[in-house]
Design a protein. Structure first.
Ligand code: SF4
Ligand code: SF4
Length: 103
């Protein structure tokens, strides 16, 4: 049986050498994917929906978008998991839209 292709996307990645921990990226991230830990921004890939707003906001140019592939799906349970994740992303996007409309 042919293996399904991994889902490809992009995720925000922080260059620790450039990040000064100012927190501007955490303020604009609509999904709460970024936290400041030990004065450096840390991205939770599970929450990042690759909107790139943080990258455009960072005054230090410390954030880039990097290719990311979900693990290859081999079992039916994996499909259920990825569908659940995609539904979560959809809900996060709706929340972001609402936040943007309120600006
Ligand atoms: S905006 Fe840039 S410099 Fe500031 S915390 Fe985020 S990644 Fe670091
Ligand atoms: S790309 Fe968007 S969702 Fe991902 S960390 Fe940056 S602001 Fe948050």
């Amino acid at each position: 049986m042919q293996q399904p292709s991994p889902l490809l996307t992009w995720k925000a990645s922080v260059d620790e050498n450039l990040c000064v921990g100012c927190g501007k990226c955490t303020e604009v991230c609509g999904t709460g994917a970024i936290r400041i830990i030990d004065k450096k921004a840390v991205v939770d890939f599970d929450r990042c929906i690759c909107c790139a707003i943080c990258m455009k906001t960072c005054p230090r140019g410390a954030i880039t978008m990097i290719p990311y592939s979900f693990p290859i799906l081999k079992r039916e349970e994996d499909f259920d998991e990825i569908i659940a994740q995609l539904k979560g992303i959809g809900a996060q996007l709706e929340e972001m839209e609402r936040s943007i409309e309120e600006l």
